[in-house]
Design a protein around this ligand. Structure first.
Ligand code: GLP
Length: 243
């Protein structure tokens, strides 16, 4: 894995944006797998700045997002659709018809997962998948488990994930208990993977992901098996790693 160390969260955003910008410039009709959470926000800000400078063109880009809370509508300010629209899509010249996110309002999990798998297959796979990292090693909403889940599925969120995400909701009770997420196989089939990790609270899990055993108990550890992974992490997140 190629690890790029950044001084802080802002520098992390610039360095991660370099990788995504290179992808868009080299292949203007690329498919980007996108992520939510606090980690990629500085990256999205930097991409927007480069678009505003005239250095990036999103008109040919398609996107597939990793996950969405089950039960939230697009206009709910905690939905991942709302996040993507407000943190990236509305600021650049992307065609919204080419953006894809699981539909949190579809109550039939089997139906929605099959639809989303077909979306990803029809689009021809993912050129570059952006990932954050959960404190328990989750990627997307692939929570620690006995086995790696392969394709899009509906997950029961772990108490630690609900706890970590409650800061965005009025209370822990308001955090949805389930989510739709892209599976590990789909993530592993992306041609390139870019993971952004920030903060001292992520240092222990960062160390496990880089040096620990590959195990579904730490879902992101599977990235050790991917042929083209770049991790952009700040000094705090890498503080327990010998780099
Ligand atoms: C969330 C998301 C993940 C994200 C992770 C870390 O639950 N489903 O895709 O990477 O948790 O979030 P953050 O970047 O805010 O620490």
């Amino acid at each position: 894995m190629n690890v790029i160390k950044a001084k802080d969260y802002e520098e992390l955003g610039r360095k991660a944006a370099n990788v995504i910008a290179a992808q868009i410039i080299m292949k203007p009709n690329c498919v980007l797998g996108l992520a939510t959470g606090s980690s990629p926000i500085s990256t999205y800000k930097e991409l927007i700045a480069r678009y505003e400078l005239g250095d990036l063109d999103f008109s040919g880009v398609s996107t597939v997002n990793l996950d969405e809370y089950k039960g939230l509508t697009k206009d709910n300010d905690q939905s991942y659709y709302y996040f993507m629209y407000n943190n990236l899509f509305k600021h650049v010249n992307i065609d919204l018809a080419r953006t894809n996110i699981p539909d949190g309002t579809e109550p039939d999990s089997e139906k929605e997962c099959a639809r989303y798998n077909k979306v990803i297959a029809d689009i021809g796979g993912i050129d570059l998948q952006l990932l954050g990292l959960g404190h328990n090693g989750h990627i997307g909403f692939n929570e620690p488990d006995e086995a790696f889940a392969t394709l899009t599925h509906c997950v029961d969120l772990q108490p630690s994930t609900i706890e970590a995400n409650k800061r965005f909701f009025a209370s822990a009770d308001d955090v949805p208990k389930q989510a739709y997420t892209m599976g590990i196989q789909t993530i592993m089939q992306a041609k390139k993977v870019l993971m952004v990790v920030s903060g001292a609270d992520k240092a222990p899990i960062m160390k496990e992901v880089l040096y620990g055993p590959v195990t579904p108990k730490v879902p992101a550890s599977i990235l050790q098996m991917h042929p083209d992974v770049t991790i952009v992490a700040d000094e705090a997140a890498l503080s327990l790693c010998d780099l």
